[in-house]
Design a protein around this ligand. Structure first.
Ligand code: ZN
Length: 69
């Protein structure tokens, strides 16, 4: 199983799916179907170029995990 990644467009909005991928919270774009977890090297963007709040929170959680190890 691999993540689905498509070019994000004007209709793109990101949120948690409530599912997990590889043990991490799975996010998905409602506009193009792209999927993301925080272990990915890139960061999802909304159609307006902003980073979704839920994604920022997930990145912060990942940074906390790294600090513990
Ligand atoms: Zn998208």
């Amino acid at each position: 199983m691999a993540l689905t990644i498509s070019p994000c467009r004007k209709v793109c909005t990101w949120d948690r799916t409530g599912e997990t991928y590889d043990g991490l919270a799975l996010f998905a774009c409602a506009g193009c179907g792209t999927e993301w977890v925080r272990s990915e090297p890139w960061t999802p963007r909304e159609w307006d170029g902003g980073v979704p709040a839920a994604v920022r929170a997930e990145r912060a959680a990942g940074a906390a995990d790294n600090a513990d190890s």
